[in-house]
Design a protein. Structure first.
Length: 135
């Protein structure tokens, strides 16, 4: 029996498919989910998410949020998410560079802005990692 995987961001439904397995990057490390997994709620860390169906693995990048596993469904509410095919390597590198430059002025930034910029860096690093490894 397959799993239903849904990844939702504030902007859109990014992914909705039935899959055989899911590997989610969490704050405690990667968590592999198979059909029949025990109920789980966990914090998602910026990183590579892998969804496998048959012999095909799809790679996505998620940037922070929460995952809920209930039997045969995995719901991920992410701050950001992007499918591997849609990653623009130059745009990700530029975003990372701009965020890092802004972070150099940490003393004049509000804590919320520092957190936002650090999240941009983590998400950009994850995108570049997926894109460069798969290219």
């Amino acid at each position: 029996m397959p799993l239903t995987l849904e990844i939702v961001t504030p902007e859109a439904l990014v992914y909705s498919e039935t899959v055989d397995t899911v590997v989610i990057p969490t704050v405690e490390g990667e968590v592999g989910i198979l059909p029949g997994h025990i109920p789980l709620v966990t914090r998602v860390e910026a990183g590579e998410l892998r969804a496998t169906k048959g012999s095909v693995t799809q790679f996505l990048v998620v940037g922070g949020g929460f995952a809920q596993v209930t039997g045969e469904k995995v719901s991920i509410l992410a701050d950001r998410a992007i499918n591997e095919e849609k990653i623009d390597e130059n745009a990700a590198a530029d975003a990372m560079r701009r965020a890092e430059d802004a972070l150099k002025a940490k003393q004049t930034l509000e804590p919320a802005e520092i957190e936002r910029l650090e999240a941009v860096v983590r998400f950009s690093v994850a995108q570049l990692g997926v894109k460069r490894r798969r290219s």
